[in-house]
Ligand binder design. Structure first.
Ligand code: ZN
Length: 274
């Protein structure tokens, strides 16, 4: 373009009226999302706004095993926007009866990777981030940072106490759970409002004191029930439903659920006032 043409274009641009400010687009669910989530959208306390908010949430699931399988499946299915899956184990043969995110061809594959692949098929709208890492006291703060909720599906007391401390320090909601033999526990925690895990269980059991699933055993559906209750607690917390202080004790042999109220401890080293 010659100089005259350039100046003519410049003058033309100067005469053009300022473009009107585009109104901010109102976020809405796509037709596919409305169809996909239709059975939860019709719930009386689950609106389109709830669903849109869920789409903006980031949740870290710690452990992709017996509890993590149902938890991650239901959170991805429900439309949580961003799902981190932290697990440093590989799929083993003895995992398969109770960890339905992993199949026989996945033997030897990192669980975080195997889980992320299945979740991607389940709901491509969800951003799934696999982390091949074991959460401990040294990295807990960094891993939970920026999350809207953490769901601890680990099978280790050391991890539970580290996650609890990190979530309390950062003010991030947490759903704890555990299952072994015929008993389970689910505890939703809102730091600063409800009792934390250490308020309920002030002393960490010494290593080897509490039986593991490898020692005491567990049936797949027992882990499935507790993991499903944990996923339910997570979705209710994400949707802003009230969180009661305490935990749910699950007797899987009866079966029976017992709610145990727990008060916050003012001297709790994790969530207390100091
Ligand atoms: Zn506490």
């Amino acid at each position: 373009m010659n100089r005259r043409g350039f100046l003519r274009d410049l003058a033309g641009a100067a005469r053009r009226p300022e473009p009107a400010h585009e109104p901010e687009p109102v976020p809405a669910l796509s037709a596919e999302e409305v169809e996909r989530y239709s059975r939860q959208l019709v719930l009386p306390d689950w609106s389109e706004a709830t669903q849109l908010a869920l789409r903006e949430r980031a949740v870290l699931v710690i452990g992709a095993g017996g509890l993590g399988s149902p938890v991650a499946t239901y959170l991805a299915g429900a439309g949580v926007g961003r799902l981190g899956i932290a697990d440093d184990d590989a799929v083993a043969l003895s995992n398969l009866p109770r960890q339905p995110l992993h199949f026989t061809p996945d033997l030897g594959v990192p669980k975080a990777v195997s889980a992320a692949a299945k979740l991607g098929f389940l709901n491509p709208e969800v951003v799934v981030e696999p982390y091949q890492v074991r959460l401990d006291a040294s990295n807990a703060a960094g891993l939970v940072e920026g999350q809207d909720l953490v769901v601890d599906c680990s099978d280790s007391f050391a991890t539970r106490y580290a996650v609890n401390a990190a979530c309390c320090a950062a003010g991030i909601g947490l759903v704890e759970a555990g299952v072994v033999g015929w008993t389970g526990l689910v505890m939703a925690i809102r730091p600063g409002e409800t009792a934390c895990y250490r308020c309920a269980f002030p002393t960490e059991p010494p290593p080897g004191a509490a039986p593991t699933c490898a020692q005491a055993g567990v049936l797949g559906p027992a882990a499935g029930v507790v993991g499903s209750l944990q996923a339910l607690a997570a979705l209710r917390a994400l949707a802003g439903h009230p969180v009661e202080s305490g935990f749910l004790q699950v007797d899987l042999a009866e079966p029976a659920l017992t709610r145990v109220a727990v008060a916050r401890r003012p001297d709790c080293p994790d969530c207390g006032a100091g």
